[in-house]
Ligand binder design. Sequence first.
Ligand code: PEP
Ligand code: MN
Length: 360
Amino acid sequence: MKNKKELRTWLNNFELDHPLVIAGPCSAETEKQVLEIAHQLKHTDATVLRAGIWKPRTRPGNFEGVGALGLKWLQKAKEETGMLITTEVANANHVDLALQHDVDILWIGARTTVSPFIVQEIAEALKGTDKPVLIKNPVNPDLSLWLGAVERFYTSGINNLGVIHRGFSAYEKTRYRNNPEWQLPIDLQNRFPDLPLILDPSHIAGRRDIIFDLCQTALDLNFDGLMVETHHDPDNAWSDAAQQITPSNLVTIMDDLKIRKETSAEADYKNKINTLRTQIDVIDHQLIEVLGKRMKVSEGIGELKKKNNVAVLQSKRWNEILGKMILEGEQHQLSEEFVLRMFKAIHQESINHQEKILKE
Ligand code: PEP
Ligand code: MN
């Protein structure tokens, strides 16, 4: 697949002066719930109403969606509010039903994107339609798998495409439900700048209080839109209660977000410099995390040395590390002087951590 301007025609056709907003509940629960939320969203920046009808759950036993019945509720919400509607499709039968009910945009869930067989089945079921398809990243941080899914749609003649960044699962528990790993969407955007990129802060966060920050980072990285789980009574939602916000919270978030528009040469410069600075911030954050992890490992070595009564400073080992790192640094255009200075500082910090342990 090549980067092509036509990928974003469907989005440009909305002629929005702000990022595209897709909002609505995690799951359609009842007709009343869907209509209530849709009417509250009508007066916000949201253009598209979302609701899951078939819910892919990691573990069985949770609410698995109301099924095709919910499509009628979405259709009614569309008639009453004029909003466009979107839902997740996970097989060819879902596609047929969604098309029969005039669903405007389809999205592919994270657990579907991981399976090339199912992606292919869905892409074939959609052949000949011009529905925009938004492809969520796979649950695991694999850019090729994500791009592969986009390509399967593209080669089936579906050119109205977009991707949704919903974070990546990790074995270690972090502050996020799904780690943002911003480097992946940044790489994807560098390769396909015209492929619309939408953030789903809800599934990254898993909770309400960091949704705003995630949205601001995404806008600083030039994302094209947001998909935010929104419910009139979040605490009592049948799925993903902790992460859903009310339509009025959504209005506040949209008011507070700094949205950058490309209008003049100066604005264009500011826009680009902001994007690059946000990329640097993401990398600096990773550097600190990695250094923190290194110190933890080094503390483990400290414990071991203490038990075995071995000296902290092991000059031979240290010289070996330095030599290797200088060579690796050269491959990345890092000067010997820089690598030496940086590793001396890291080594010193490491010794400090180990000495603390030996003194305990
Ligand atoms: C959802 O959007 O409700 C959903 C199930 O998301 P994901 O596929 O990203 O887990
Ligand atoms: Mn959800």
